[in-house]
Design a protein around this ligand. Sequence first.
Ligand code: ACO
Length: 335
Amino acid sequence: MAGSVGQSLRATTQRLKGKKNGGKGKNKSSKKARKEMLYGILNEKNIKQIQFGVSKRFPTWYGSAVYFDPETKRLGCSESKSQLCSNFNDQYWLETLFVCEYCFKYTDNRARFVVHAAVCPFQYRAPGKIKYKSPEYTIRRVKGSKYQLFCQCLCLFTKLFLDNKSMYFKVDHYEFYIVYENGSAKPMGFFSKDLVSYQQNNLACVLTFPPYQRRGLGLLLIEFSYKLSQLEGVISGPEVPLSPFGLIGYLKYWSQILCWHLIEGDLAHCDKVSLEDLSIVTGMRVSDIILTLKHLNCIGENNQIYLQSLSTWLKSHGTKGNWFKLQDEYLLIDD
Ligand SMILES: CC(=O)SCCNC(=O)CCNC(=O)[C@H](O)C(C)(C)COP(=O)(O)OP(=O)(O)OC[C@H]1O[C@@H](n2cnc3c(N)ncnc32)[C@H](O)[C@@H]1OP(=O)(O)O
């Protein structure tokens, strides 16, 4: 399993490079096919389900061609012939993709998966450096340049749950912030950060793995991304476009932050608050603030903010004293 993944990724990259050079002058449809191959774009799901570690199984949300050889539709350089699409079901290329829940290496072969699961070194030591450690959760920073294969496999996995992002192989200038439950080396979710983002985005892509969703981890990661950009002294926000779930999650986070600053925080006693004031205290972009205030139905002509509508939102989405997921005292940001 371990060797096959590295070879598979190299083979895919080589194949794509080769096709790119040899494809000059060919028609538009082959260009489109190459693009789809490069970004793994598929209109339908091609892997039915994921076996994530030995005990978790769940369906994929989106298709991805990047795991496969485009000609044979077989997984990377797998020697297994047991799960070809023709043997299974025309809709799917593969019924079950076995993914290591510690390092994201993958295979279509159960026996190889079981062997790997028993020896994966990441189960004893998670990669990267701890940047946040509360009594409940740890967030580790994993550099793409240092843990290339780990990050590439994580990006491939992400594509199965996020349709509009497509970065798999060039991970060198990305950092990955991965959340773990304390005492466990099993990643539960992550966000990536582009270190050469011209828009100075504080987050490229965020994912909570399906078994761990709706526990507040998405909001924790988003809050952490803002903490990092505020420490850098940058007004920032996520890379766009947001996915539908991304938008719901961000609107929740942004609504809470704006409500807190306007009702309980530094701005609560100001007579007049401008969008720029809000941007400075929250670290949010003005465009995101306007979007959120419109969502909260509390911005009028001349960008006047109606606090009454904020209070109404708060009543229906009460945070019960838990305004923030992240606690500053547990931050370990030294570089
Ligand atoms: C810039 C970008 O990367 S955009 C791409 C965003 N990522 C994706 O779309 C990948 C797939 N989706 C996911 O991984 C997750 O849904 C995330 C990351 C967006 C949210 O992760 P979670 O850990 O589930 O979020 P969390 O538990 O903090 O919930 C935050 C809020 O989002 C909303 N929300 C999250 N999931 C759902 C859902 N399935 N249905 C309705 N609302 C939801 C809720 O308001 C929720 O708060 P609540 O539970 O108190 O009601």
